[in-house]
Each structure stands twice: as structure tokens, then as C-alpha cells.
Ligand binder design. Structure first.
Ligand code: SF4
Ligand code: SF4
Length: 372
């Protein structure tokens, strides 16, 4: 029965993402539905709050969760919807590459704790810029035996030295690709670099190779699209180089709305059909993002692996794995003080006005409980 439901869900998903008119309607509707859902969620929270006492026992790093190990915060693109080009221009981001030993320490601790998923993606930056990324993937997959090793890339460097082949051969579990769409001109405007051909070629080769090897890896292409989904779905690039490889493990999706990177991105930064995410007023309830831990290239451990405003060395940093273990840091007072601070209306700089804010709820609590 479960198998049938799964198949049906996949068929619906595939139908939506390969039919232009349907995809346009679904993504247009999703923008409004998500906003209503968040409004309702916020209203609900004003009445059914999870207290600090209830969440304290489940606040630490959970082995069934994801450990983010951002191997480098250097990027080879300058996307208009991302804080990266701004923080580089303003010189507020200190960039670097994670030494292998730092990565190994994080992975070894995570493996010893029974950690199942590791993601090499930084808050900003592309993991493939790290010249040692393949050694790190190899170590995490084949030495530390982490169940799923994942990364997100803009695909620009997938072709370099046959990286797409090596990732698959090493046993990477999941590759998320973040790209613009299938128009070269729009890509260059939104991604800020003339790398369309490289990115498309890398995606094509990765899909072909993964398919030829029997789909060992899950591949998700996330279009950060300026055009309507239908324009991408009808393009020659999509029809010839992406659609033939779509399956239950190889999927595409489009972007419903773009968040503001804590206020760094404004409506004037985006273009075309891109929409900024609207957010109902913020609540004195912690965000789910605070319960994810990300290791920066210098070993700093930061809450929330997904957003920054000026720098990733900000007031979300709660320790460093070169001094303490991940378990000590995740159970420490610094992390708890940030989480608890939300109840008193005190937020770290990046969280103030962040439109990715997602308050914890009972479903979240259940997912964090022992045995879930
Ligand atoms: S969105 Fe990703 S690829 Fe684009 S500039 Fe930011 S980090 Fe780089
Ligand atoms: S409010 Fe935004 S920056 Fe803060 S934890 Fe949530 S997602 Fe991350």
C-alpha cells in the first residue's frame, strides 16, 4: 500500500514538473498558500506555545539530523538573490577552506555519535571550489561510513577533472544543484557570471553518468528561476538534457519565493517573476533553524547553516570543534542562551527580520523526541 501511495505521489510530482501550465499554476498558488499557512501557524502559536522547559531536553544535536560541514565559504558565482556578492564587496566575510584535519574531526565525532547525514554545503560558497572536496567526500563515505553524504553545488565545476564522475564513483548520496534556469542571458544576469555553458554541461554529464551507473545518487535540481517554470520546462535544454533523466531519485523543483538573508536582499535585487517571501510578524518562539549545527571552515560551530547577513562569524557562533566536542557545544550554555533568548524577544543579528524564520511546533517536537 505504501509503495502504491509513493508511486502515485511521484507520478503527480512528475506530472506537475514536466507540464508548463500546471507547474506555473502550482507554483503561483504555492506562494499564496504558504503565506496563509504561515499566518495561520503564527496565529496558532500565539495560543499554543512550546515552553523553554519542554524543548530544553531535545535541543542538542540529534544523530538522525544533518551535520553541516561547510568546506569552504568561497563561491564562483555572484547571485543577485544571495548575500554572498554583497558581503564580499563590503569585505565583511572572511573566506577560507576547511583543512582536512578539521573536517575529519567533525566527521569522526559525528560518526561516533551515530550521525547519519552529513552535508558539505556552507552557508555561502560552493563546496566544489575546495580543491580537497573529493578527499573529504571519500573520507566521509568510505572511511567514516556516514550513511548519506550530500552537497549543494551551482554545477559550474562539475566538469572540471571529471568531478561529476568522481562524486558518483566515491558514493555520494545526494547532489543538490542550485541553478538559474535554461536561458543563458538570464543566467548571466541572475548568477552574475558567464558560466552557463559550464553549468549546463556539468548537469548533463552528472545526470547521464548517474543514470548509466544505475542511479546510485539522488540528484535534485533546484531552479532559482527568474522565468516562469513553463519557460524552463519547454526549453530545448530541459527537454533534451534534463527531462529524460527524471525519476523518483532525480527530480527538479522551482523556487516559490526568495528570502531576504536577514534584510541583506531587498526587492530591488531580484527580477522577472522572482518574488520576495512575505512573513507575518515574528513571534517570541525559537526558529527550527537554531537546532541545526554547522561547522565553519575554521572549526567554528554556528547555529543555523542556512543564512547570514554580514558574516558567518557572527552571534550565532557557539563554539569551535578545535576546542570542544560537538556534543559539548550543542549542549552548552551559549547555544541554549540563543534559543532561550527568543522567548524574551532577543534575536541574533541574522535572525532579526529573517523571512526564513520558521517557529518550532508540536510536529517539530515530535521529530526531535527519542525514538522518532
Ligand atoms: S546562491 Fe550559492 S552559488 Fe549563488 S552566490 Fe550564493 S553561495 Fe554562490
Ligand atoms: S530566523 Fe533565519 S537566520 Fe535565524 S535561525 Fe531561523 S532561518 Fe536561521
Amino acid at each position: 500500500m505504501n509503495g502504491l501511495v509513493h508511486k502515485l505521489k511521484w507520478r503527480i510530482y512528475h506530472f506537475v514538473h514536466t507540464n508548463g501550465v500546471v507547474a506555473d499554476f502550482v507554483y503561483w498558488s504555492a506562494y499564496h498558500i504558504q503565506y496563509w499557512h504561515r499566518s495561520f501557524q503564527h496565529w496558532w502559536f500565539t495560543r499554543h506555545n512550546l515552553s523553554a522547559e519542554r524543548i530544553r531536553p531535545v535541543r542538542s544535536l540529534k544523530a538522525s539530523g544533518v551535520l553541516m560541514t561547510g568546506v569552504t565559504n568561497i563561491c564562483n558565482a555572484k547571485c543577485t538573490f544571495c548575500a554572498y556578492p554583497k558581503v564580499v564587496e563590503n569585505k565583511t566575510l572572511q573566506t577560507g577552506v576547511m583543512p582536512f584535519e578539521t573536517f575529519k574531526k567533525a566527521v569522526d565525532e559525528w560518526a561516533a555519535a551515530g550521525g547519519e547525514i552529513i552535508d558539505l554545503t556552507p552557508v555561502v560558497g560552493d563546496p566544489l571550489v575546495d580543491p580537497g572536496v573529493l578527499d573529504k567526500v571519500d573520507y566521509a563515505v568510505n572511511r567514516a561510513r556516514i550513511k548519506t553524504v550530500a552537497l549543494t553545488t551551482n554545477a559550474i565545476l562539475l566538469d572540471r577533472n571529471d568531478t561529476y564522475k568522481k562524486l558518483i564513483d566515491l558514493g555520494i548520496g545526494c547532489v543538490f544543484i542550485s541553478t538559474q534556469g535554461t536561458s543563458k542571458a538570464v543566467y548571466e544576469k541572475v548568477y552574475g557570471v558567464k558560466k552557463f555553458d559550464e553549468a549546463m554541461s556539468g548537469i548533463r554529464h552528472l545526470l547521464e553518468y548517474n543514470h548509466a551507473k544505475g542511479e546510485p545518487a539522488q540528484i535534485i535540481i533546484r531552479f532559482r528561476n527568474e522565468e516562469r517554470p513553463s519557460q524552463i520546462i519547454r526549453s530545448r535544454e530541459f527537454v533534451e538534457n534534463i527531462k529524460p533523466y527524471l525519476s523518483e531519485k532525480v527530480r527538479v523543483n522551482f523556487t516559490v519565493d526568495f528570502d531576504n538573508w536577514g534584510g541583506t536582499i531587498q526587492p530591488k535585487d531580484i527580477s522577472g517573476t522572482m518574488k520576495m517571501r512575505r512573513l507575518p510578524s515574528q513571534l517570541n518562539v525559537p526558529c527550527t533553524g537554531l537546532f541545526g549545527f554547522s561547522v565553519r571552515h575554521d572549526g567554528s560551530v554556528r547555529l543555523c547553516g542556512c543564512r547570514l547577513t554580514r558574516t558567518d562569524l557572527d552571534d550565532l557562533v557557539v563554539g569551535n570543534i578545535r576546542k570542544n566536542t560537538l556534543a559539548e557545544i550543542s549542549n552548552g550554555d551559549e547555544a541554549w542562551d540563543i534559543i532561550k533568548g527568543f522567548y524574551a524577544g532577543k534575536r541574533p543579528e541574522t535572525c532579526v527580520g529573517c523571512t526564513l524564520y520558521n517557529p518550532i511546533d508540536k510536529a517539530w517536537l515530535k521529530s526531535r523526541s527519542p525514538g522518532s
